[in-house]
Every structure is written in C-alpha cells, then in structure tokens.
Write a protein that binds this ligand. Structure first.
Ligand SMILES: Cc1cc2nc3c(=O)[nH]c(=O)nc-3n(C[C@H](O)[C@H](O)[C@H](O)COP(=O)(O)OP(=O)(O)OC[C@H]3O[C@@H](n4cnc5c(N)ncnc54)[C@H](O)[C@@H]3O)c2cc1C
Length: 389
C-alpha cells in the first residue's frame, strides 16, 4: 500500500488526510501543534466570545475518528531527492507527500511591538488580555491593519479579512461595554484600496462599515515599521496606539527554502492546477503553502485550502490507479467569506462570473457561528458533510 506523508495539520492537511484515508491509503500526518486551529472563528477569541479551546480540535481525536497516523513533531527539513523528511527527533520517508504547512509572514521592522491574529494561535489570547487591560482602564487607542508582500506577484497572500473582522468586532465589543466613545479605533494599510480583491461591490460597501463602526482609516502610506505604541509611516508620519494588531503580508514557509522544491519569488510552492508540484510527480502542495494560480484577485483562504486538498487527493488517486483523469482547482477559484462584525455579517462572494455582497445584520453573525459548529462537528463525524463544504 502506498505511504502518504502529510506535512501540516491545519485546514488543508486535515482535509487531505480524511480524503486519502477514505480512499484506503496509509496516511501519516505530521504537525508541530497537537491541535487543529480553526483560524476563521478565532477572530472571536480577542473579544472573549469564544475560548481558545472552542477554536481548536485535538488532532488525537481526529486521528481516532479518521484512522490516520499522527506524529507531533516539527518538520526541520525536506529532502526531496531521498524522499525523506527530517523532523525534530526522527525522520520519515514517503511514497507520496502533501505539503500543507501554511505560510509564514514578511518580517516588518519593529513587528515585535505588534500582535497578530494570523500567526501563532496563542497570540489571540495575548490580544484578548491586552484588550481587557484597556477596557479596564476605560479608554485607549487601538490600531488594526495589514500589509502585503511586494514579492507576491498576484497579492494572494494578503490577509485582510481577519483585520476587518477584528476591528468591527472590537468596536461592537466596546459598544457592549458602553465604552465605544472612549476609544479611538484606527485601520492602517499601505495600499490605497485595501479589500479591493473582494470585488467592486464589497469594496464599495467597506467604507459604510468604517463609518458605521466609527473607524478612522490611514491608507496608501508605506508602513516603515513600529515602535512601542507607535506606527511609523513614510513621510515622517506617526500614529500613536496603545494596542497595535498588524497582519504582515504572507511569505513562503521557511522550511521550503532549501528543500529543492520549485518556489515562487515569495517562497510559495509552484504547482500545476492539479496541485502536483512542478517537476515532482509524487509531491502535492495544498493550501497556503502553494502559490495560488488563477485570477489576480484570487486569495489564500480556508475554503480554497480544502478544495485544493480534495482536488489533490482525487488527482493522486487517479495517478496511482493509472487513470488519466485530472481535476483543476483553478476552475473552482472563488472568494467566499462571511465577514463578521460581532453584531451581524456580510456574505461576500466573488467568482469569475459574478460578485456579490449581501448584508446580514444579526443573522450573519449567527450564520458564521453555525459554520464553526458545522466545521467542528462534521470533521468529528458527529454530523454528515454537506457536499462541497
Ligand atoms: C484569523 C484568520 C481568519 C481567517 N478567516 C477565514 C475565513 O473566514 N474564511 C476563509 O476561507 N479563510 C479564512 N482564513 C484563512 C484560512 O484560515 C487559511 O487559508 C487556512 O488556514 C490555510 O490552511 P493551511 O492548511 O494551508 O494552513 P494552516 O491552517 O495554517 O495549517 C498549517 C499547519 O502546518 C503546521 N506547521 C507549520 N509549520 C510546521 C512545521 N515546521 N512542522 C510541522 N508542522 C508545521 C501548523 O501547526 C498547522 O497545523 C483566516 C485566517 C486567519 C489567520
């Protein structure tokens, strides 16, 4: 039986492990964390709507449900010539390998003076604690923003959605605490039109959100770095802030650097539309680790990570069984998200054919909550999977 090695136990790695197990393969999943972190719902940890544990599933529980082998160790290096992966304390070989390690971030000067919702999951708890301190103080200035990676040609590694969601949620949280007018909320981004990827309609409506949640925007100015309590823009402009939450642009995972795999300038693994790595028939790259093909507005998202896992599992199975059938994930590219604001949400969709944004006051918030419950319970086989979700 063919041995599959999956590197990474995030959204794409888990989906691939489930799909490959369903096809009867021997699957070993390696993760440096012993839990799957559901990033899309982690936006509620800072405002204490959910706990850290609510946003995580123990990998050992998923292992028992789906029957894959599990190794909790850090991947140190990948040796594609000898089909070997070096872990912290051991080595593993493979017949087929799926790279699902997620991504790293561009290093911005002084970034240690900021916190991020899109990095080590534990930072969401630190943000919650820092926010609570400010709430207890009764007033303050909070800035949330994101940057890009100039080396990322199509800008697919910009992670803007969580910044918007966190800002709107913080505003709602402060309003509930009857402190909204005591706080200054600022949004920072170096691009002139952040959020434009979501489509004209959604982008057009963003300004309404900023107005409604009383958030100042500081856009189109290069962010040179951060000091403690201070954001430094080009042109000697500074913005003071008691709490700075900044999501740097995405960059390829550092383990991939010397792996011998083909990488884009930004460090993402180059693949064919089948997710097979260029020049390596036994390696597939899925989720945030892979260079995203397709239209310029394509964005690295969880739902795309799952689609890529599904397509890769299908294609590798066809390859092993000698079929010449293949599927392309590029045909399925879309932006789909429920942009939550704590008291509602907007349902945003962009495909090659159309784009839309539907405002869902109150109910949208519960829709995203319901998605979180669906995600967890369906992965734990407590409820059936809805096809395509
Ligand atoms: C705050 C936030 C909100 C988001 N909201 C949405 C949303 O609403 N909708 C949406 O579609 N997408 C959303 N996304 C994007 C989505 O979460 C990602 O696209 C998705 O998680 C990518 O899946 P992945 O498997 O590629 O990477 P990840 O989920 O990041 O998983 C990577 C895995 O690799 C492991 N790993 C990393 N390095 C090593 C190593 N050296 N050794 C071993 N294991 C390692 C990690 O522990 C992890 O298990 C959001 C992202 C964030 C951060």
């Amino acid at each position: 039986m063919k041995n599959f090695l999956i590197l990474g136990g995030g959204l794409s790695g888990i989906e691939a492990a489930i799909k490959l197990k369903n096809k009867g393969y021997n699957v070993t999943l390696v993760s440096d964390r012993d839990y799957l972190f559901i990033y899309p719902i982690s936006i509620w940890i800072p405002v204490k709507e959910i706990s850290f544990e609510d946003s995580a599933i123990k990998l050992s529980v998923l292992q028992k449900k789906h029957g894959f082998n599990l190794v909790i160790q850090k991947v140190e290096s990948i040796d594609v010539l000898n089909k070997k992966v070096v872990l912290e304390y051991s080595e593993l070989t493979y017949d087929y390998m799926f790279i699902a390690l997620g991504m790293h971030k561009v290093n911005v000067k002084g970034v240690e003076n900021t916190l991020s919702i899109c990095t080590a999951p534990e930072q969401s708890i630190t943000i919650a604690n820092e926010l609570e301190k400010l709430v207890n103080k009764g007033s303050g200035k909070i800035a949330v923003g994101f940057g890009g990676n100039p080396k990322d040609a199509n800008g697919s590694a910009v992670r803007g959605g969580p910044a918007f969601e966190l800002l709107f949620n913080i505003s709602t949280h402060l309003k509930k605490k009857k402190l909204r007018d005591k706080f200054e909320l600022n949004f920072i981004a170096p691009m002139a039109e952040p959020g434009k990827k979501m489509g004209k309609k959604a982008f057009g409506n963003l300004s309404k959100f900023f107005k409604h949640y009383k958030i100042n925007q500081h856009l189109g100015k290069k962010i040179l770095g951060f000091n403690k309590g201070e954001i430094l823009f080009e042109g000697d402009k500074k913005l003071e802030s008691d709490l700075i939450i900044f999501i740097s642009g995405g960059a390829g995972h550092s383990v991939l650097q010397n792996s011998g795999l083909p990488l884009s300038e930004a460090g993402f693994v180059k693949t064919l539309p089948t997710c097979q790595v260029e020049g390596f028939s036994e390696i597939y790259a899925i989720g945030d680790s892979a260079e995203l093909l397709g239209p310029k507005w394509a964005a690295k998202q969880g739902h795309m990570a799952e689609i890529m896992a599904d397509i890769a599992a299908y294609n590798v199975h066809q390859q092993i069984t000698g079929s010449n059938k293949t599927k392309s994930y590029v045909d399925k590219i879309s932006i789909t998200c429920i942009m939550d604001s704590g008291d509602g949400a907007a349902l945003i969709s962009r495909t090659i054919k159309k784009e839309s944004m539907i405002m869902l006051p109150i109910v949208g918030h519960w829709l995203k909550k319901a998605w979180g419950l669906y995600y967890k319970n369906s992965k734990l086989k407590r409820i059936p999977r809805i096809p395509g979700m």
